[in-house]
Ligand binder design. Structure first.
Ligand code: PLP
Ligand code: CA
Length: 307
């Protein structure tokens, strides 16, 4: 069982020898919220790990960006990367729909341009991203909305324009039991920077689930589609992989679900007491979120390496 051990001088060598691949969460590990600067010292730590021969992949539940847009953000914040090293939840979702489900038909999307971009790249036709064009007409007019009979898949992600019209439209498509229902991720909250919290994609997915009585298949962390992509496309060996993250229910749970080990850092969403509370719980779901290790910041790993 994972025990949430502090990484320190006495166990860091054993830790470093135990993996050759790193999956790192982005927000809360590499940078904070919308900040356009990195968490101090972390770019240098990632460089140190790469120099030691570790492969690094960037994995994020943020569905608002394509892989190409992540590369731009990473480069700006001093993380040297390529598209192949980035797996965002929008990319994971488009790949899952295309390759795992083999669906290439039309998709109704509640989401933003990152999802649209990844479905374009996968060659899957879609609509729904952006404002709904409803212009505040009345409730009765909803029934005039044209439902496209070719749509057999609804994808839900983060959408600043999410509203009742979009909820109604998704419900219409999903009333067909053959229509696929896929979500990018179900994060409960988003860090807004400066300690603020915003409702996350999970709140939008829950609204669609509640109104349809159906449950979405989720592609992002902690669910397997994201991990499967890394195994299938990059041949990573989960037993020799460490997942670094700031959340228990997404990052640390992904580590457990995919048979990796998890390193929690305290520069984001989670406080040490939250992780410690899990170690005292008998619930299997809680035990599957316990970090194997923790550090105040990823920069502390860099310090342990140079000591
Ligand atoms: N979803 C959205 C819309 C976000 O903006 C963020 C963080 O910025 C996340 C999810 C969480 O991303 P990560 O998995 O990199 O922490
Ligand atoms: Ca995070």
């Amino acid at each position: 069982m994972a025990r949430c051990l502090l990484l320190e001088k006495s166990n860091v060598k054993e830790f470093l020898d135990s993996f050759d691949t790193i999956l790192t969460d982005c927000d809360g590990v590499l940078w904070e919220g919308a900040a356009d600067y990195p968490i101090p010292g972390v770019p240098e730590t990632i460089q140190q790990l790469k120099k030691m021969g570790k492969r690094v992949f960037y994995v994020s539940n943020n569905s608002t960006k394509t892989r190409a847009e992540y590369v731009v953000k990473c480069q700006k914040l001093q993380y040297d990367t390529t598209e192949e090293e980035v797996v965002g939840s929008a990319y994971a979702t488009a790949q899952y729909v295309k390759h795992t489900l083999g669906y290439k038909g039309k998709v109704y999307i509640i989401g933003s341009s990152g999802i649209a971009g990844e479905f374009d790249a996968a060659g899957i036709p879609h609509f729904g991203v952006g404002e709904d064009g409803w212009n505040g007409r009345g409730l009765r007019d909803l029934l005039d909305i044209k439902i496209d009979p070719e749509v057999k898949c609804v994808v839900v992600g983060f959408d600043l324009h999410f509203n009742y019209v979009k909820l109604f439209t998704a419900q219409q498509y999903l009333s067909d039991p053959e229509c696929l229902f896929i979500a990018t991720n179900t994060d409960s909250a988003l860090p807004a920077g400066g300690g603020g919290i915003l409702p996350g994609t999970g709140a939008i997915v829950s609204a669609v689930e509640f109104s349809t009585g159906r449950q979405a298949t989720v592609c992002g962390k902690p669910h397997n589609p994201l991990g499967d992509i890394l195994v299938q496309q990059h041949g990573i060996n989960p037993k020799r992989t460490i997942m670094i993250g700031d959340r228990l229910d997404t990052d640390m749970a992904l580590a457990h679900n995919c048979g990796m080990r998890g390193l929690l850092v305290l520069t984001g969403f989670t406080k040490l007491e939250d992780a410690r509370r899990l170690t005292a719980s008998n619930s299997i779901a809680h035990q599957k979120q316990i970090p194997h290790y923790y550090l105040p910041s990823l920069v502390d790993l860099g310090k342990l390496i140079t000591e």
